[in-house]
Design a protein around this ligand. Structure first.
Ligand code: SAM
Length: 426
């Protein structure tokens, strides 16, 4: 989502006449787009911010903008005092404070209709930043901003604000604009993407939104993330199964496999319900890949409760498991009311146990691709090899003298490992 937000910032700046530079030393404006979902992300943001301090001292005319969850939709009171060298603070998904600052410096003003909510209502084209034009094969569109679910561990609702779906017209116009600029694959984004439209009775649901975007010429693949198990309807599954451009890959986090931990997390389902959903998705979409997220070391998580999560992953054999160690976040229910009492070494141990388990599962799943011919969309060149993805979102590397960027080609898989595969053009 921050990547998508950053495209909007770059795009807006280019429309004001600025251009991108790779080195902070050369920049007139630096935008630090921040994430605080775990303490480690927040530490990284502060580390980067502190590294800019000497630059600003050397060049006081440099504009520094801190954007995103470090600031949040309600602003960050003490921030200006701690970091007086920061010129502009902006909420997630909102390039306006920076644009206003730059225009006001030149004695101009943002147009009347360019209010705080411009991003949500924006009906103008998203012109991709120049360095991405013609080379960005896969891009993102945020379709649901914010989140109102309030999982007990999660800071996102406090920083990104209440759930708000963007209008289908704006989303379609952004998708058409990306297609015209050569983008072949779009991933629709939301903290709970399958809640799309639930906050506005006039909007379609995600299944119907996918059907509309599916019509756009030039778009060859569609994906969406992240889904919440409770909102994953049959209608959505039917859309994935019926629409050839919608890829058979679902990101639907479990977070834990133990009922008590799930209840403490306020996730709203049991381990068995999650298991049933995974089975149902697999029944409806043969060959589907499913990714999950798991948090280990949630407050009070006992060895037995962790074992229940371990067993669920071992039984379900998910394609991907994004693993995290619990990190208490300010304002959240779990940080306010539950002691972070699983020691760090124990969190690491549980994390590594799941990592080892998942490595074996992924290697086993990938080995079934050996010798298969799979359609790969090539999205980049990385260390001399072309990098692409299978419909199921698995990374495939191919060596070839041909120019493959943006091509959708059949590849024969010749090698598989737990994290990626290799192949040759078939
Ligand atoms: N909104 C999505 C959801 O709730 O499933 C994903 C959002 S979040 C950016 C990605 C992942 O970060 C979550 O799925 C969760 O596993 C993890 N996460 C969120 N809060 C966390 C916390 N306090 N400590 C550790 N991991 C956390």
């Amino acid at each position: 989502m921050n990547v998508a937000d950053s495209y909007h910032v770059s795009s807006s700046l280019e429309q004001l006449g600025y251009e991108a530079t790779r080195r902070a030393d050369d920049a007139d404006i630096i935008v630090l787009n921040t994430c605080v979902v775990r303490q480690s992300a927040e530490d990284k943001a502060y580390g980067r911010l502190n590294s800019l301090r000497p630059l600003k001292k050397k060049r006081p005319d440099l504009v520094i903008n801190v954007m995103g969850c470090l600031i949040g939709v309600r602003g960050n009171e003490g921030f200006k005092k701690r970091f007086p060298f920061v010129d502009v603070l902006s909420a997630p998904s909102n390039p306006d404070p920076l644009l206003r600052y730059l225009l006001e410096r030149e004695g101009k003003q943002l147009e009347q209709n360019q209010t705080e909510e411009r991003f949500i209502r924006m009906d103008e084209e998203l012109i991709l930043p120049v360095n991405e034009q013609g080379s960005l094969i896969s891009s993102y569109i945020s379709i649901v901003l914010g989140c109102s679910h309030a999982c007990s561990y999660c800071v996102i609702p406090y920083r990104r604000g209440v759930e708000k779906s963007r209008s289908p017209e704006v989303i379609l116009s952004e998708a058409r604009s990306l297609a015209r600029q050569g983008v072949k694959e779009i991933t629709l984004l939301g903290q709970i993407v399958d809640r799309y439209g639930k906050d506005n009775p006039e909007y379609p649901n995600l299944a119907n939104l996918l059907r509309s975007i599916h019509e756009i010429e030039g778009i060859e693949r569609l994906r969406f993330l992240t889904s919440h198990p409770n909102y994953f309807t049959d209608d959505l599954l039917d859309a994935v199964a019926e629409l050839p451009k919608v890829m058979p890959h679902i990101e639907v986090p479990a977070q834990a496999g133990d009922d008590e931990v799930l209840a403490n997390m306020r996730r709203g389902y049991t381990g068995q319900q999650y298991r049933d959903l995974v089975q149902h998705i697999r029944d409806k979409i043969p060959g589907v890949s499913i990714a999950t997220d798991i948090i280990v070391g949630f407050p009070g998580e006992t060895e037995q409760q962790f074992e229940n999560t371990y067993q669920m992953l071992a039984d379900l054999k998910m394609d991907v498991a994004h693993l995290a160690r619990y990190s208490p976040r300010p304002q959240t229910l779990s940080a306010r009311s539950m002691e972070d009492n699983v020691p760090d070494e124990e969190k690491w141990r549980r994390f590594r146990m799941l990592e080892d388990l998942q490595e074996g599962i992924a290697a086993e799943i990938h080995s079934t691709y050996l010798g298969a011919r799979v359609p790969i969309l090539f999205e980049a060149k990385q260390k001399g090899r072309w990098r692409g993805r299978t419909p199921t979102n698995k990374l495939v590397f191919v060596e070839s003298d041909q120019y493959l960027l943006g091509k959708l080609l059949l590849v024969e898989i010749t090698w598989t490992g737990p994290w990626s595969m290799q192949g040759k053009l078939a």
